[in-house]
Ligand binder design. Sequence first.
Ligand SMILES: CC(C)(COP(=O)(O)OP(=O)(O)OC[C@H]1O[C@@H](n2cnc3c(N)ncnc32)[C@H](O)[C@@H]1OP(=O)(O)O)[C@@H](O)C(=O)NCCC(=O)NCCS
Length: 187
Amino acid sequence: MATIRKMRPDDLKDVEYVCRMTAGPGCQKDPVLGYRIARMFSTYYVRECYDTCFVLVDDSDKAVGYILCEPDYKRYNKIYRKIDVPEIKKLDKKSGKQAWLFPIPYNFFGRKYPAHLHIDILDEYQSKGYGAKLMDALFTELKKRNVKGVMLQADIHNEGAIRFYKRHGFKMLSTKLQTATMAKNLL
Ligand SMILES: CC(C)(COP(=O)(O)OP(=O)(O)OC[C@H]1O[C@@H](n2cnc3c(N)ncnc32)[C@H](O)[C@@H]1OP(=O)(O)O)[C@@H](O)C(=O)NCCC(=O)NCCS
């Protein structure tokens, strides 16, 4: 049995672990790749906006899943590119470039959908309805804050996740460069 609570800064290590473990076999085996992916997709949120993020925790209060959300694309663009991208660039130039490019869809669609999210759950907790509960917790939080829309990016081949997002009201905005960009109105 797992439960949902607001994220705290001290969830960082567990959140980065979930990020690595759910990003495919390459990230599970290769610690450098795992670090890069976790640095790109999870570290920022625990540091900068944990108050709009939720974790799924096991009986020992350890995070086994999460929904990460930055409600303000402009703030994300500024801080992520200033603090996180240079760190990722230290690994190699290509990773730095990829990290720098990542916010582009958020900036392009951000006026209509200012928030964006990442959701991941460890294998053994998947397909039990926890993803739906994390989505509900986030939508309630964002509506309370008058955030008008939320978007996300997913690998175009991740059909299970895309089906999951459609079921939760997300519409496809674009499918460029192997990436599905999806969004949902909240107000
Ligand atoms: C996608 C994910 C967050 C959904 O959460 P969940 O708790 O498993 O979802 P729920 O139990 O509420 O709903 C089940 C649906 O989730 C999706 N899903 C389930 N397992 C999945 C998996 N391993 N990978 C991708 N999607 C999955 C399917 O659409 C499933 O519906 P189906 O039964 O019709 O196939 C979760 O499965 C997950 O973390 N998957 C691996 C990481 C991932 O792909 N994250 C999204 C990156 S963009």
